[in-house]
Write a protein that binds this ligand. Structure first.
Ligand code: ZN
Length: 222
């Protein structure tokens, strides 16, 4: 097994694209995997394809339509509204088991292509209460994957403790802020780059960007 090969779980959004560039700096060989689970906006998959091509990484697209069949949700169904969770409930965009399945399948793929490292953009800081974005979940799954395949995978979560402004800062440090800003799709309404500006994903992304750009401007005046 190569110590320097990584699989990036890649959706074509801001976070996973930043992770893709991060991984390119860390590892000699990087491949990306995108899961097609019947996203409402199939354009997401197209964005991911386009980015992987431009960045020059091998791109695997895996059919995970089973996930939508099991757990219909606001990301896959037109008739389910995107809503924040109320009274401690999870938002309607939560897909039970999504990261469990994605990371498990990424582990199987890693074992098939001889990669030791798995990179995911999950984040505990800004997360909407998704239990499978928590650090403790990822660490637990890492142990489980290694036991299940008698292997020594390492799951990396470079964004785990960053807020959105800091994620933008990381992309700037990697020299790809404009690339990430213009070519990724995070918006729940399927609009690339700065998005619709109204949905929860756009608000989080744009607030973070504005906060980072303000701080950058402030520090360059010092
Ligand atoms: Zn939006």
């Amino acid at each position: 097994m190569k110590q320097d090969k990584a699989i990036v779980v890649f959706s074509g959004g801001q976070d996973s694209t930043t992770c893709l560039f991060w991984a390119k700096e860390q590892f000699k060989e990087v491949e990306a995997v995108t899961f097609d689970y019947g996203q409402r906006h199939h354009f997401e998959i197209e964005c991911a394809k386009e980015i992987a091509k431009e960045v020059g990484v091998k791109h695997h697209i895996l059919d995970m339509s089973l996930l939508n069949q099991l757990a219909p949700n606001a990301l896959t169904r037109e008739d389910i509204q995107v809503e924040d969770g109320k009274d401690g409930e999870l938002p309607s965009t939560f897909v039970p088991g999504r990261n469990l399945l994605f990371l498990s399948f990424a582990g199987v793929l890693a074992s098939q292509v001889g990669a030791k490292h798995i990179v995911t953009g999950v984040c505990e800081t800004d997360f909407s209460g998704y239990p499978d974005c928590r650090d403790i979940f990822v660490k637990s799954l890492n142990v489980t994957l290694n036991l299940s395949m008698d292997d020594t995978f390492v799951i990396h979560t470079p964004l785990m403790w960053l807020n959105k402004a800091e994620t933008w800062e990381l992309s700037d440090k990697l020299g790809v802020l404009e690339f990430v800003r213009n070519k990724t799709l995070t918006c729940y309404n399927g609009i690339i780059a700065d998005g619709c500006g109204e949905c929860p994903a756009c608000k989080l992304r744009n607030n973070g960007l504005n906060e980072y750009l303000r701080s950058r401007k402030g520090s360059s005046n010092v």
